[in-house]
Design a protein around this ligand. Sequence first.
Ligand code: ADP
Ligand code: NI
Length: 217
Amino acid sequence: MKNIIKKTEIYVMSTLGKEPTGHDWWHADRVRKLALHIAKHEPSANLQIVELASLLHDIADWKFHNDNEEIGPETARFWLKSLKNVPEPIIIAICDIIKNISFKGATVHHATLTLEGQIVQDADRLDAIGAIGIARAFAFGGNKGHEIYNPGEEPIFHNSFTEYKLRRASSINHFHEKLLLLKDRMNTQTGLDIAKARHQYMLNFLQEFDAEWNSRF
Ligand code: ADP
Ligand code: NI
């Protein structure tokens, strides 16, 4: 088991490396740590599934592969199979999590997740909010050529994944379309407790941003 994790760490590190939009090795590592922390309070969770799914969850993100939503789970399956000694039910559980944890739009129906999936989704979402979430949003937006802010633009609460995917809104807008919605969608109590503090930190940031933008000195 230790060996499987170690090999997977090296694989994720070499694949994601210094990816510049906040989906790098360090994101995978933070999500793994957050997920294992949450799992401590969920005694029936399978830690092997939680840790491997966390490490592999962004191994090939649809956002960077021509919107192919199957590429992530397929890449993870290929890797886990190559290790030879990971049982098929564990592979299925991990790939299912990778397929289903992504945010798909404010009012889009999201798949029902296993306990392990709920834990990894909470961890992934916690890394999208708070100080690190702020940094990642602007790194992502800059990399995609989005504006920092556009006062004329209203948030859209998407009811279709296709529209959400095509959206090229400013990074500040992304806070309203996704990041500020995550606190109320946490699956676990441990995740919610952490999310509350990170959510407040983002609200403070947005208030200060607005004051500076509108010359309130
Ligand atoms: P998910 O699995 O929900 O897609 P990820 O772990 O892949 O989440 O990370 C998504 C993160 O990438 C967001 O939380 C945000 O920081 C950034 N991001 C995604 N879309 C945008 C966008 N349109 N503008 C700014 N940041 C974005
Ligand atoms: Ni992620």
